[in-house]
Ligand binder design. Structure first.
Ligand SMILES: Nc1ncnc2c1ncn2[C@@H]1O[C@H](COP(=O)(O)OP(=O)(O)OP(=O)(O)O)[C@@H](O)[C@H]1O
Ligand SMILES: [Mg+2]
Length: 264
């Protein structure tokens, strides 16, 4: 059975989709079988991974019960489009509405080592579905003055999901994203997260760079587009694999970092 990781944040634009996409790429390069799930009606992850916009069925069809998850996998991703917003509305009126994704993913769980779910920028029903379907939650926090509050709100939703619907859900950690550690406000954001959340804050921060937008536009992985910057996500992947107890893949991630960036 796959381990499932939801990537979430309380606010928009914290780098969730970039993290989901890049970590999926790194995990695949260390020989894990990874399914990416786009759970955002914006469909950004589907774009990043270069899915045909007409690809069908999508996660919206899966959540509405019109398609099985396996039939919605296109090149390793279950894509999303605006139809997901409609599916979310329809789901809202149903019994067991928080469990729809969990039930749907049972169909494919045996085919993968990891399932990465990209959440929308709201802590609503879709994100709750992701948290109920997941074993782990990873919070992405942009390096801003208010990042602490955003993380606390995301944590409250994780806690609610755990108390009511998914007692096995674990908080994998929080990553400080889009950070410029040369600036005081990024450093202060890091320090306040460290103070509040201790070891839960990943040691590695993701540097801010325009190269992420450029590589997304070209649908090229940052590992190929800017190997020097890729050191950040490679190190995050290593930390996460360590936390997941996947030691073989963690060692391979280290070797990959060596190869891509020349880090030893
Ligand atoms: N490390 C980074 N440095 C600079 N820009 C970045 C970085 N990571 C992502 N971006 C850019 O920031 C924007 C938002 O990133 P992304 O789409 O990953 O965030 P998100 O949290 O998924 O957004 P949303 O909440 O809308 O889903 C994109 O233009 C992306 O290319
Ligand atoms: Mg996104």
């Amino acid at each position: 059975m796959a381990s499932t990781i939801a990537v979430l944040s309380q606010k928009g634009g914290t780098g969730k989709t970039t993290a989901t996409r890049t970590l999926t790429d790194v995990f695949r390069r260390v020989d894990l079988r990874v399914l990416a799930v786009d759970l955002d009606p914006q469909g950004n992850l589907s774009d990043y991974l270069d899915v045909d916009p007409e690809a069908s069925p999508t996660i919206g069809d899966v959540l509405s019960g019109r398609a099985k998850a396996r039939s919605a996998v296109h090149d390793g991703i279950i894509p999303a489009n605006l139809g997901l917003a409609e599916a979310e509305l329809a789901l809202g009126g149903k019994m067991g509405r928080e469990l729809a994704l969990k039930k749907a993913l049972r169909d494919v769980s045996g085919d993968y080592d990891l399932i990465m779910i990209d959440c929308p920028p709201a802590l609503g029903l879709l994100t709750v579905n992701a948290l109920v379907a997941s074993d782990h939650a990873l919070i992405s926090a942009e390096a801003q003055y208010f990042s602490l509050q955003g993380v606390e709100q995301a944590l409250e939703v994780i806690e609610l999901a755990r108390e009511n619907l998914n007692p096995d859900l674990e908080w994998l950690g929080v990553v400080l994203n889009i950070a410029d550690m040369r600036t005081r406000h990024s450093r202060e954001a890091f320090d306040s997260l460290r103070q509040h959340f201790g070891e839960k804050l990943l040691e590695t921060t993701i540097r801010a760079s325009i190269a992420y937008a450029e590589s997304a536009e070209r649908a090229v992985s940052i590992l190929d587009y800017r190997p020097d910057l890729a050191a950040d996500y490679l190190a995050v992947a290593e930390e996460l694999l360590g936390r997941l107890g996947l030691d073989g893949p963690r060692r391979r991630a280290r070797a990959l970092a060596n190869e891509v960036v020349g880090v030893s």
